[in-house]
Write a protein that binds this ligand. Sequence first.
Ligand code: FAD
Ligand code: NAP
Length: 582
Amino acid sequence: MTAEQSNPSERAAETGTAFDAVVVGAGFAGMYMLHCLRQQGLSARVYEAGGDVGGTWYWNRYPGARCDLPSMQYSYSFSEELDQEWSWSEKYSPQPEILAYASHVADRFDLRRDIHFDTSVTKASFDDITKRWTVETDRGDQVTAKYCIMAVGCLSATNKPPFEGLDDFVGPVYHTGEWPHDGVDFSGLRVGVIGTGSSAIQSVPIIAEQAAQLTVFQRTATYAVPAWNEKLDPEFEKSIKDDYPEFRAKARARPTGVYFPFNLEPALESTHEERIAKYEEFWARGGLPFLGAYGDLLFEKDANDTVADFARDKIRGIVKDPAIADLLCPDNIFGCKRLCVDSGYYETFNQPHVKLVDVSEHPIERFTKKGIVTGGTEYEFDAVVCATGFAAMTGSFDKIQITGRNGLTLAEKWRGGPRTYLGLSSVGFPNLFMITGPGSPSVLANMIPSIEQHVDWMMDCIAHMEERGADTIEPQLAYEDDWVEHVNEVSKVSLRSTCSSWYVGANVPGYPRVFMPYIGGFPIYVNRCNDVMTGGYTGFDISGGGDSNAPPEICWTEKWHVELDMEVMTPAMIAAGRVPVI
Ligand code: FAD
Ligand code: NAP
């Protein structure tokens, strides 16, 4: 009988409430974690606040929502059969299709039977005597597990600014990250949208198609590069599927875990004419790869100025009213906040029923019964959309009372910013793993390979512990401190650390300003994780069991041994931490 057939999770559930592992969240991270735990014959319970699998793609159903990495790459790689049987319809597939993919994965690997939906984990506490976690939910569940795995998502806790008078507004207020499942019909309505990040960039053109009047409240102007989205060419799809593993491996060796053309030359060594030609070439390709036009754009302010000027010229070329174009032109570093990928965003402002309101000088003062007041003017609406983003990286952790050894809570420990070893775990919280936690490449890489690499590392680690009968694994303080310092140091090399983005928690009032993801490059990070593992879990204390810090005999994560792609980075760049993570 296989581990799948014997279903240890059901056995654990029947006999009580003790599991090998509890997983919080059933997005792509929690789903893959559950699949792997089962493969190792371990019992698992997954809790998911939403009503089904999919995470981001379950919640973000706003009009125009889609991925901005190519779907052929923004997908799981762990199953060759899955890779072959699934077909994406577009280069950047829309949210319903990505959600359908998540649902297909859940069906195919029979995941739902171990997932409790519509259930939020409220507390997780470590017992130093039993060496187990007790996990509690808002439905009154109380279960224990040896391993507690946080798959809560980097962009899943919505940021809802506490606007004064919000409850006075008589119309509906939607957040893009909690969109109604039966959709919203804006036909004939006066609609206000707050925010100009990726969610607004995607939704504004479509809301404008329906609304009678649309007003966008802009606090910071945004750079957006056209997606040039298109139907996926079957010939192209076939060419990838003919050797998908090889293609995936090539992508993993790239700084962001995504494969696309990249020019390593410095912008500052080209003439103005050469640069314009290069920018035009990359603009025609569109999307995030535009940042691959030159290797120094995110490191040298003078180089960045050249691409920022080019992008501003593009905006002025699209938007007919020069005053509106000026307002839409950002004056900050290009790509410093996460670059947006658009389909007709700037063009939307040429339509007579679309208005742009600058709230940089005069913030939104309050909501009223009829609408929004800013700069002394009341704007009347039938509906308002908050495209105000997320409490990124740490927001979902903050919502759970996580108590580790000696009563230490994660919130207290992270008050000055998140502290982890490799973004995988944190001192004081034994056997608590974080999938794409702060301090890992996470949001600065293709998230699905980032998730798979973390889960595979954790599964190797858990197998290692189980083989030796070990009780707990926990990072050592000196290694955690060094890693936090390294994450911080590497971030300073990049221009990205200089602006007020969600990467540094600056979008949420009261959050400490710390650069949270690891910007040193995905394959470099992966190799570091491998070295830690093959060195016998260097920097971790493993307690109980024999010879637990001896090098493991097997690593079933062979695919994560990455040869760096030296076409897109040089030894000097790696040494200086100037790996072009775009
Ligand atoms: P999530 O998908 O966020 O899932 C986490 C789940 O945990 C959620 O379902 C949540 O309900 C649940 N949860 C959290 N706390 C609790 C709790 N206390 N109890 C129970 N359940 C809980 N990344 C890319 O690489 N490419 C893209 O193109 C891309 N596009 C994006 C578009 C949007 C609109 C957004 C918001 C993000 C996008 N991302 C993209 C990032 C995206 O979040 C990741 O790619 C990926 O989907 C994350 O998966 P996850 O499972 O780690 O987290
Ligand atoms: P975001 O990038 O954080 O944008 C939020 C917007 O709301 C910003 O323009 C912000 O202004 C504004 N805002 C916040 N509080 C405000 C306030 N009190 N008053 C006025 N404006 C306010 O959030 P997001 O657009 O949801 O995107 C978050 C991330 O999710 C993206 O960066 C990306 O990683 C991912 N995502 C990806 C896609 C995709 O294309 N695949 C789509 C959506 C999201 P400031 O800039 O001034 O703070």
